[in-house]
Ligand binder design. Sequence first.
Ligand code: UT7
Length: 333
Amino acid sequence: MSSIKAAITGIQAYSPDYVLTNNELATLVDTTDEWINTRTGIKERHILKGEGLGTSDMAVEAVKGLLKKTNTSPDEIDLVICATVTPDMVYPATANIISDKVGIKNAFSFDVNAACSGFIYALDIASKYVESGGYKKVLVIGGDKMSSVVDYTDRTTCIIFGDAAGAVMLEPSEDGYGIQDSILKVDGSGRVHLHQKAGGSVKPASMETVANREHFVYQQGQAVFKFAVTNMADVAVEVMEKNNLESKDIAWLVPHQANLRIIEATARRMGLEKEKVMINIQKYGNTTNGTIPMCLYEWEDQLKKGDNIILSAFGGGFTWGAIYIKWAYDGKK
Ligand code: UT7
Protein backbone atom coordinates (compact mmCIF):
# COMPACT_ATOMS: atom_id res chain seq x y z
CA MET A 1 0.00 0.00 0.00
CA SER A 2 1.19 3.52 -0.79
CA SER A 3 2.88 5.39 2.07
CA ILE A 4 1.50 8.57 0.53
CA LYS A 5 -1.85 9.73 1.79
CA ALA A 6 -4.02 12.48 0.31
CA ALA A 7 -4.55 15.36 2.72
CA ILE A 8 -6.93 18.28 2.48
CA THR A 9 -4.72 21.36 2.86
CA GLY A 10 -7.26 24.13 2.27
CA ILE A 11 -10.99 24.76 1.89
CA GLN A 12 -13.09 27.58 0.49
CA ALA A 13 -16.78 27.87 -0.27
CA TYR A 14 -19.19 30.27 -1.87
CA SER A 15 -22.83 30.92 -1.13
CA PRO A 16 -24.77 33.42 -3.26
CA ASP A 17 -26.18 36.55 -1.63
CA TYR A 18 -29.90 36.13 -2.23
CA VAL A 19 -31.65 34.53 0.75
CA LEU A 20 -34.91 32.72 0.03
CA THR A 21 -36.72 32.35 3.36
CA ASN A 22 -39.43 29.87 4.29
CA ASN A 23 -41.84 32.77 4.50
CA GLU A 24 -41.08 33.83 0.93
CA LEU A 25 -41.59 30.23 -0.24
CA ALA A 26 -44.97 30.29 1.51
CA THR A 27 -45.99 33.01 -0.95
CA LEU A 28 -45.16 30.67 -3.87
CA VAL A 29 -46.58 27.33 -2.67
CA ASP A 30 -48.97 26.07 0.00
CA THR A 31 -46.55 25.67 2.89
CA THR A 32 -45.53 27.27 6.17
CA ASP A 33 -42.30 28.18 7.91
CA GLU A 34 -43.38 25.87 10.72
CA TRP A 35 -43.91 22.83 8.44
CA ILE A 36 -40.59 23.26 6.67
CA ASN A 37 -38.68 23.85 9.88
CA THR A 38 -40.23 20.90 11.72
CA ARG A 39 -39.91 18.38 8.86
CA THR A 40 -36.49 19.41 7.53
CA GLY A 41 -34.71 21.83 9.88
CA ILE A 42 -34.40 24.36 7.05
CA LYS A 43 -35.13 28.05 7.70
CA GLU A 44 -33.65 29.61 4.57
CA ARG A 45 -31.53 28.83 1.53
CA HIS A 46 -29.35 30.92 -0.81
CA ILE A 47 -30.18 31.29 -4.50
CA LEU A 48 -27.91 32.33 -7.37
CA LYS A 49 -29.69 35.13 -9.20
CA GLY A 50 -28.58 36.71 -12.46
CA GLU A 51 -28.85 35.97 -16.15
CA GLY A 52 -26.24 33.61 -17.56
CA LEU A 53 -24.81 32.46 -14.23
CA GLY A 54 -24.35 28.77 -13.49
CA THR A 55 -22.68 26.32 -11.15
CA SER A 56 -19.23 27.18 -12.50
CA ASP A 57 -19.62 30.81 -11.41
CA MET A 58 -20.06 29.81 -7.78
CA ALA A 59 -17.25 27.24 -8.05
CA VAL A 60 -14.92 29.83 -9.58
CA GLU A 61 -15.45 32.10 -6.54
CA ALA A 62 -14.56 29.20 -4.25
CA VAL A 63 -11.53 28.12 -6.29
CA LYS A 64 -10.13 31.64 -6.63
CA GLY A 65 -10.38 32.09 -2.87
CA LEU A 66 -8.79 28.71 -2.26
CA LEU A 67 -5.84 29.40 -4.58
CA LYS A 68 -5.27 32.74 -2.90
CA LYS A 69 -5.41 31.44 0.62
CA THR A 70 -3.16 28.45 -0.11
CA ASN A 71 -0.77 30.65 -2.09
CA THR A 72 -1.13 28.47 -5.15
CA SER A 73 -0.72 29.53 -8.76
CA PRO A 74 -3.26 28.09 -11.23
CA ASP A 75 -0.28 26.62 -13.14
CA GLU A 76 0.52 24.31 -10.23
CA ILE A 77 -2.82 22.46 -10.34
CA ASP A 78 -2.55 18.94 -11.80
CA LEU A 79 -6.16 17.79 -11.74
CA VAL A 80 -9.61 19.33 -11.25
CA ILE A 81 -12.65 17.20 -10.40
CA CYS A 82 -16.06 18.80 -10.07
CA ALA A 83 -19.00 16.96 -8.51
CA THR A 84 -22.30 18.36 -9.72
CA VAL A 85 -25.76 17.40 -10.98
CA THR A 86 -26.37 20.87 -12.38
CA PRO A 87 -23.50 21.29 -14.84
CA ASP A 88 -23.35 24.56 -16.76
CA MET A 89 -24.06 22.53 -19.89
CA VAL A 90 -24.70 18.84 -20.61
CA TYR A 91 -21.17 18.90 -22.01
CA PRO A 92 -18.38 19.88 -21.78
CA ALA A 93 -17.69 19.18 -18.12
CA THR A 94 -18.16 22.05 -15.67
CA ALA A 95 -14.66 21.23 -14.34
CA ASN A 96 -13.29 22.26 -17.76
CA ILE A 97 -15.22 25.53 -17.65
CA ILE A 98 -14.00 26.28 -14.12
CA SER A 99 -10.39 25.51 -15.14
CA ASP A 100 -10.69 27.91 -18.06
CA LYS A 101 -12.27 30.70 -16.01
CA VAL A 102 -9.59 30.39 -13.31
CA GLY A 103 -6.66 30.06 -15.73
CA ILE A 104 -5.71 26.47 -14.91
CA LYS A 105 -3.68 25.29 -17.92
CA ASN A 106 -1.54 22.35 -16.78
CA ALA A 107 -4.24 20.03 -15.52
CA PHE A 108 -6.85 17.65 -16.82
CA SER A 109 -10.37 17.86 -15.50
CA PHE A 110 -13.68 16.06 -15.44
CA ASP A 111 -17.04 15.96 -13.66
CA VAL A 112 -18.48 13.34 -11.34
CA ASN A 113 -22.22 12.75 -11.19
CA ALA A 114 -23.25 10.87 -8.07
CA ALA A 115 -25.99 13.25 -6.90
CA CYS A 116 -25.68 14.22 -3.24
CA SER A 117 -22.80 11.75 -2.71
CA GLY A 118 -20.84 13.31 -5.56
CA PHE A 119 -18.43 15.27 -3.39
CA ILE A 120 -17.31 12.23 -1.40
CA TYR A 121 -17.08 10.11 -4.57
CA ALA A 122 -14.92 12.84 -6.16
CA LEU A 123 -12.77 13.16 -3.04
CA ASP A 124 -12.17 9.41 -3.03
CA ILE A 125 -11.25 9.39 -6.76
CA ALA A 126 -8.93 12.36 -6.27
CA SER A 127 -7.23 10.69 -3.31
CA LYS A 128 -6.21 7.74 -5.51
CA TYR A 129 -4.46 10.08 -7.96
CA VAL A 130 -2.60 11.77 -5.10
CA GLU A 131 -1.67 8.43 -3.52
CA SER A 132 -0.21 7.31 -6.88
CA GLY A 133 2.53 9.87 -6.35
CA GLY A 134 1.98 11.48 -9.75
CA TYR A 135 -0.30 14.33 -8.69
CA LYS A 136 0.78 17.03 -6.24
CA LYS A 137 -2.08 19.51 -6.21
CA VAL A 138 -5.62 18.39 -6.93
CA LEU A 139 -8.78 20.47 -6.68
CA VAL A 140 -12.00 18.75 -5.64
CA ILE A 141 -15.07 20.89 -6.13
CA GLY A 142 -18.68 20.24 -5.15
CA GLY A 143 -21.36 22.63 -6.29
CA ASP A 144 -24.89 22.90 -7.53
CA LYS A 145 -27.27 25.55 -8.73
CA MET A 146 -30.26 23.50 -7.61
CA SER A 147 -32.57 26.45 -8.27
CA SER A 148 -32.06 25.72 -12.00
CA VAL A 149 -33.79 22.31 -11.66
CA VAL A 150 -36.27 23.00 -8.87
CA ASP A 151 -39.96 23.45 -9.64
CA TYR A 152 -41.15 26.38 -7.54
CA THR A 153 -44.73 25.18 -7.91
CA ASP A 154 -43.94 21.82 -6.23
CA ARG A 155 -44.01 22.24 -2.46
CA THR A 156 -42.56 18.78 -1.82
CA THR A 157 -39.20 19.63 -3.43
CA CYS A 158 -38.79 23.41 -3.69
CA ILE A 159 -38.54 23.84 0.06
CA ILE A 160 -35.47 21.63 0.36
CA PHE A 161 -32.88 22.84 -2.11
CA GLY A 162 -30.46 25.76 -2.32
CA ASP A 163 -27.38 26.84 -4.29
CA ALA A 164 -23.72 26.76 -3.20
CA ALA A 165 -20.26 25.51 -4.11
CA GLY A 166 -17.12 24.59 -2.23
CA ALA A 167 -13.62 23.43 -3.09
CA VAL A 168 -10.79 21.67 -1.30
CA MET A 169 -7.11 21.30 -2.15
CA LEU A 170 -5.69 17.78 -1.91
CA GLU A 171 -1.95 17.25 -1.56
CA PRO A 172 0.31 14.31 -0.74
CA SER A 173 1.14 13.73 2.91
CA GLU A 174 3.86 11.36 4.06
CA ASP A 175 3.28 11.64 7.80
CA GLY A 176 0.05 9.64 7.95
CA TYR A 177 -2.45 12.52 7.90
CA GLY A 178 -5.19 12.77 5.31
CA ILE A 179 -7.76 10.36 3.91
CA GLN A 180 -7.50 7.02 5.71
CA ASP A 181 -10.39 5.00 4.32
CA SER A 182 -13.61 5.19 2.36
CA ILE A 183 -16.66 3.05 1.74
CA LEU A 184 -18.76 4.02 -1.26
CA LYS A 185 -21.95 2.30 -2.36
CA VAL A 186 -24.62 2.37 -5.06
CA ASP A 187 -28.05 0.86 -5.66
CA GLY A 188 -29.19 1.92 -9.12
CA SER A 189 -32.70 0.58 -8.55
CA GLY A 190 -33.21 3.60 -6.31
CA ARG A 191 -33.32 5.83 -9.39
CA VAL A 192 -37.10 5.47 -9.58
CA HIS A 193 -37.45 7.50 -6.39
CA LEU A 194 -35.24 10.47 -7.30
CA HIS A 195 -34.41 11.66 -10.80
CA GLN A 196 -34.97 14.22 -13.53
CA LYS A 197 -37.33 12.73 -16.11
CA ALA A 198 -36.31 14.56 -19.28
CA GLY A 199 -33.29 16.14 -20.90
CA GLY A 200 -31.25 12.94 -21.15
CA SER A 201 -30.88 10.60 -24.14
CA VAL A 202 -33.96 8.54 -23.21
CA LYS A 203 -36.23 11.56 -23.25
CA PRO A 204 -34.62 14.56 -24.93
CA ALA A 205 -36.06 18.00 -24.38
CA SER A 206 -39.22 18.73 -26.35
CA MET A 207 -42.15 21.11 -26.12
CA GLU A 208 -44.00 18.31 -24.40
CA THR A 209 -41.33 17.62 -21.74
CA VAL A 210 -41.19 21.32 -20.93
CA ALA A 211 -44.99 21.58 -20.74
CA ASN A 212 -45.06 18.53 -18.45
CA ARG A 213 -42.43 20.10 -16.15
CA GLU A 214 -40.13 17.11 -16.63
CA HIS A 215 -36.87 19.05 -16.41
CA PHE A 216 -37.21 19.46 -12.66
CA VAL A 217 -36.21 17.31 -9.69
CA TYR A 218 -38.67 14.47 -9.20
CA GLN A 219 -38.51 12.99 -5.70
CA GLN A 220 -40.65 10.54 -3.73
CA GLY A 221 -39.63 12.12 -0.45
CA GLN A 222 -40.73 9.44 1.99
CA ALA A 223 -39.11 6.59 0.05
CA VAL A 224 -35.83 8.51 -0.24
CA PHE A 225 -36.01 9.42 3.45
CA LYS A 226 -36.37 5.75 4.45
CA PHE A 227 -33.29 4.66 2.48
CA ALA A 228 -31.27 7.74 3.46
CA VAL A 229 -31.85 7.44 7.17
CA THR A 230 -30.77 3.79 7.23
CA ASN A 231 -27.94 3.81 4.74
CA MET A 232 -26.18 7.02 5.77
CA ALA A 233 -26.06 5.84 9.37
CA ASP A 234 -25.07 2.25 8.45
CA VAL A 235 -22.15 3.30 6.28
CA ALA A 236 -20.86 5.82 8.84
CA VAL A 237 -20.89 3.12 11.52
CA GLU A 238 -19.30 0.66 9.08
CA VAL A 239 -16.32 2.94 8.40
CA MET A 240 -15.91 3.52 12.15
CA GLU A 241 -15.91 -0.22 12.93
CA LYS A 242 -13.57 -1.03 10.04
CA ASN A 243 -11.05 1.45 11.45
CA ASN A 244 -11.56 0.52 15.13
CA LEU A 245 -12.95 3.94 15.94
CA GLU A 246 -15.29 4.47 18.87
CA SER A 247 -17.48 7.52 19.24
CA LYS A 248 -15.04 9.06 21.71
CA ASP A 249 -12.36 8.95 18.99
CA ILE A 250 -14.38 11.03 16.52
CA ALA A 251 -13.90 14.81 16.56
CA TRP A 252 -16.47 15.65 13.88
CA LEU A 253 -19.18 14.14 11.75
CA VAL A 254 -19.62 16.05 8.48
CA PRO A 255 -22.96 14.85 7.13
CA HIS A 256 -24.65 15.68 3.86
CA GLN A 257 -27.34 18.21 4.74
CA ALA A 258 -30.57 16.77 3.29
CA ASN A 259 -32.82 16.72 6.32
CA LEU A 260 -32.05 17.45 9.98
CA ARG A 261 -33.83 14.23 10.99
CA ILE A 262 -31.47 12.15 8.79
CA ILE A 263 -28.43 13.93 10.25
CA GLU A 264 -29.62 13.38 13.82
CA ALA A 265 -30.32 9.69 13.17
CA THR A 266 -26.82 9.23 11.76
CA ALA A 267 -25.21 10.98 14.73
CA ARG A 268 -27.28 8.89 17.16
CA ARG A 269 -26.23 5.62 15.52
CA MET A 270 -22.58 6.73 15.72
CA GLY A 271 -23.02 7.59 19.40
CA LEU A 272 -22.04 11.22 18.83
CA GLU A 273 -23.28 14.18 20.80
CA LYS A 274 -24.71 17.12 18.85
CA GLU A 275 -21.64 19.29 19.52
CA LYS A 276 -19.57 17.02 17.26
CA VAL A 277 -21.89 17.26 14.27
CA MET A 278 -21.58 19.98 11.64
CA ILE A 279 -25.08 21.25 10.91
CA ASN A 280 -25.82 24.31 8.77
CA ILE A 281 -28.92 23.05 6.94
CA GLN A 282 -30.99 25.78 8.63
CA LYS A 283 -29.10 28.44 6.62
CA TYR A 284 -28.47 26.76 3.28
CA GLY A 285 -30.91 23.86 2.82
CA ASN A 286 -29.73 20.97 0.67
CA THR A 287 -27.14 22.28 -1.79
CA THR A 288 -26.50 18.73 -3.11
CA ASN A 289 -22.75 18.60 -3.90
CA GLY A 290 -22.13 21.81 -1.97
CA THR A 291 -23.14 20.64 1.49
CA ILE A 292 -19.99 18.88 2.73
CA PRO A 293 -17.41 21.44 1.52
CA MET A 294 -19.68 24.25 2.84
CA CYS A 295 -19.63 22.60 6.28
CA LEU A 296 -15.87 22.02 6.24
CA TYR A 297 -15.38 25.67 5.26
CA GLU A 298 -17.65 27.04 7.98
CA TRP A 299 -15.97 24.91 10.65
CA GLU A 300 -12.42 25.21 9.27
CA ASP A 301 -11.06 27.29 12.14
CA GLN A 302 -12.26 24.70 14.68
CA LEU A 303 -10.47 21.79 12.97
CA LYS A 304 -7.24 20.59 14.58
CA LYS A 305 -4.38 18.57 13.19
CA GLY A 306 -5.01 14.92 14.04
CA ASP A 307 -8.80 15.22 14.39
CA ASN A 308 -10.65 12.10 13.27
CA ILE A 309 -13.39 13.23 10.92
CA ILE A 310 -16.11 11.21 9.22
CA LEU A 311 -17.80 12.52 6.07
CA SER A 312 -21.07 10.80 5.21
CA ALA A 313 -23.57 11.29 2.41
CA PHE A 314 -26.62 9.79 0.75
CA GLY A 315 -28.17 10.83 -2.54
CA GLY A 316 -30.00 10.06 -5.73
CA GLY A 317 -28.95 6.99 -7.62
CA PHE A 318 -29.08 5.76 -4.91
CA THR A 319 -25.51 6.56 -3.95
CA TRP A 320 -24.05 6.75 -0.47
CA GLY A 321 -20.81 6.42 1.42
CA ALA A 322 -18.49 7.57 4.17
CA ILE A 323 -14.88 8.73 4.30
CA TYR A 324 -12.56 8.68 7.31
CA ILE A 325 -10.03 11.54 7.43
CA LYS A 326 -7.24 12.26 9.90
CA TRP A 327 -7.21 16.05 9.60
CA ALA A 328 -3.86 17.44 8.43
CA TYR A 329 -3.66 21.02 9.77
CA ASP A 330 -4.83 23.43 12.42
CA GLY A 331 -7.52 25.33 10.60
CA LYS A 332 -7.78 29.05 10.35
CA LYS A 333 -9.84 31.05 7.90
O1 UT7 B 1 -30.38 14.88 -0.68
C1 UT7 B 1 -30.65 13.72 -1.34
C2 UT7 B 1 -31.71 12.89 -0.89
N1 UT7 B 1 -32.92 13.53 -0.47
C3 UT7 B 1 -33.33 13.36 0.80
O2 UT7 B 1 -32.64 12.79 1.61
C4 UT7 B 1 -34.71 13.86 1.15
C5 UT7 B 1 -35.44 12.81 1.95
N2 UT7 B 1 -36.83 13.15 2.22
C6 UT7 B 1 -37.21 14.14 3.05
O3 UT7 B 1 -36.39 14.86 3.58
C7 UT7 B 1 -38.67 14.26 3.41
O4 UT7 B 1 -39.35 13.12 2.92
C8 UT7 B 1 -39.35 15.54 2.86
C9 UT7 B 1 -38.81 16.75 3.58
C10 UT7 B 1 -39.12 15.66 1.36
C11 UT7 B 1 -40.87 15.47 3.12
O5 UT7 B 1 -41.12 15.29 4.50
P1 UT7 B 1 -42.05 14.12 5.02
O6 UT7 B 1 -42.09 14.24 6.48
O7 UT7 B 1 -41.54 12.82 4.46
O8 UT7 B 1 -43.45 14.51 4.40
P2 UT7 B 1 -44.41 13.62 3.49
O9 UT7 B 1 -43.90 13.58 2.09
O10 UT7 B 1 -44.69 12.33 4.18
O11 UT7 B 1 -45.73 14.51 3.51
C12 UT7 B 1 -46.53 14.63 4.69
C13 UT7 B 1 -47.67 15.60 4.40
C14 UT7 B 1 -48.41 15.30 3.10
O12 UT7 B 1 -49.76 15.65 3.32
P3 UT7 B 1 -50.87 14.53 3.63
O13 UT7 B 1 -50.83 13.59 2.45
O14 UT7 B 1 -50.43 13.88 4.91
O15 UT7 B 1 -52.13 15.32 3.75
C15 UT7 B 1 -47.81 16.25 2.12
O16 UT7 B 1 -48.70 16.58 1.07
O17 UT7 B 1 -47.13 16.92 4.24
C16 UT7 B 1 -47.56 17.46 2.98
N3 UT7 B 1 -46.49 18.31 2.48
C17 UT7 B 1 -46.36 19.60 2.83
N4 UT7 B 1 -47.11 20.39 3.63
C18 UT7 B 1 -46.71 21.66 3.79
C19 UT7 B 1 -45.46 17.98 1.65
N5 UT7 B 1 -44.69 19.05 1.45
C20 UT7 B 1 -45.21 20.07 2.16
C21 UT7 B 1 -44.85 21.40 2.36
N6 UT7 B 1 -45.62 22.15 3.18
N7 UT7 B 1 -43.77 21.96 1.79
